[in-house]
Design a protein around this ligand. Sequence first.
Ligand code: ADP
Ligand code: ASP
Ligand code: MG
Length: 455
Amino acid sequence: MVIYKFGGASVRNADAVRNLAKIVSQYPRQLVIVVSAMGKTTTALEELVKLYVDGWFNAEGKASRKPLTQAPDESQIADIENWHHFKNRAFEKLEEIKNYHLEIVHDLFSDPKHQVYEDVDVYFSSLTGMLNSEPSTNYDYEYDRIVAFGEIISTRIVSHYLNLENILNEWIDARKCIKTTNFYRDPKIDWESTSKLVPLGFHFKRTKIHITQGFIGSTSDNHTTTLGREGSDFSAAILAFSLNAEYITIWKDVDGVYNADPKWIEKSERLQKISYHEAIELTYYGATVIHPKTIKPLQNKRIPLYVRSFISPENPGTLIHSFDAPNIGANSGLTIPVFIRKPNQVMISVKTFDFSFVAEDNLSLLFGLFAKYRVRTNLMQNSAISFMACVDYDATKLPKLVRDLSSEFDVEVTEDLELITIRHFTPEVIEQIIGDKKIIIQQRSRVTARFVLGK
Ligand code: ADP
Ligand code: ASP
Ligand code: MG
C-alpha cells in the first residue's frame, strides 16, 4: 500500500485534476490519495474567517449591546453600518470561493444532475449557515471548522471525478481517523487513537483506492482541527505511519528537493537522495518544499519518501530515506551545499534594565513568554546582559509578546530582515551568497552557517 499526496497547485483547475487522475490511474495496487484544498482556497478561507469573526465582534456585537428601544445614536449607526459592511464582504468572499469551485466542477462534469453538484451545494450552504450565526469567542476554533472546508470540498470533487473516470475510490473523512488535542490550529497528534482508527477507516474492502483530506483532524469530542499551514504533507506521513505504507510520493510543481528554492536561485541543483536527518534539518531551517513535521514519523518506520513533479511525472525526483551521505546531488554524486532563505524575519533584542545576567536569571522567563505566545525562535544569541531572537513576522502574536517582554526588559524590534542558512558550506559559496550584504548576526557550526541580513 502506497500514499500519494497532492498539494493545492496540483488541483488548482480542471486540467490539473485531469492530470492527477492520469497519474493515479497508472498505479495498479492499493493506494491512499491525500489531497489539499484547491489552489489558494485555504488563504481565501482564512480571509473569510477574519471578515466573519471581526465583523461580529467589532461591529455587530457593539451594535446589539445597545437597547433596541432607544433611537440609535450616531456611534450605533456607525457600528451597524460597519457590521453590514463586514457581513457583505464575508458573503462576497464566500461567493468568490464558491464560484471558483463551481467553475472547476462545470469543466469536469458535463451532466448537471451529477451528485457532485448537490454535494458542493450542501457544503456551501453549511458555510452560509455558519456565517449567519454568532461565532464563539475562540477564534482558532472558528478558523479550524471553517478553513477545513477547503479540503473537504476538494476531495469530494476529486473523488467524484476519479469515479467518473472509472478510477473507483472511496472518500474518507480524515477527521474520523486523525485524532488530535484541542489546541486549535496547532494541535498535537493523539498517536495512540490515530494509529488504531486509521487502519479501521482505510480498510480497502470495497475499492483499492481511498481518497482523503490533508491538513485536518478532530479532537476526541469530534471538533475539527487543522494541523498548521502546509500541513497536508504531515497528514500523508501520519497515514503512512499508521498503515505501514511501503512508501509515500509527494507530488509537487518541482522535480524534487533542490539545493535551494529554484524560485530563488535559478541554477539550483536537484538532490537525488537525502538522508532523513538532513531532510529534518533542511525543513527545520525553512526549506518550504516539505512540511517540517513530515519526516519524523517516516523515519521512525523507515518509510521512503519520494518528492516528484506532477508536471513531469516521468522524472525520478528526490528520494528521502536512510543514507550515509547527508545529500547526494543529481549531477555531482557528492554532498553539495544547500541554501535556505527565510524572508520576513524580525529580530527581538532584549536587555536587562538592571544589568543582571540574562543567562542565569532571566532565560526561563524569556522562553516562558515565547512559549506562551507560541513564537518559535529561528535563531538566537545571548551575551551577558542581552538576548536576541530572530522570529517570523506575525502581526497577531508579536505585539503581545513584545508588550509582555517590555514590562520586564528593555526591548528593541527590527523588522524586514532575512535569514540565510547554508548547510555544508565552503568559504566560496558564502562569498557568493552573502557577498557584501549587511550582516546583523552570523553563526557557524561545523556543517551549518547562518546569517541574519538587514536591508
Ligand atoms: P504544495 O503544492 O504541496 O503545497 P508547495 O508549493 O508548498 O507545494 O511546495 C513546492 C514549492 O516549494 C516549489 O514550488 C518551490 O518554489 C518551493 N521550494 C522551497 N525550497 C525548495 C527546495 N529546496 N527544493 C524545491 N522546491 C523548493
Ligand atoms: N491547504 C492547506 C494550506 O494551504 C494545507 C496544505 O496545502 O498543505 O496550508
Ligand atoms: Mg503548499
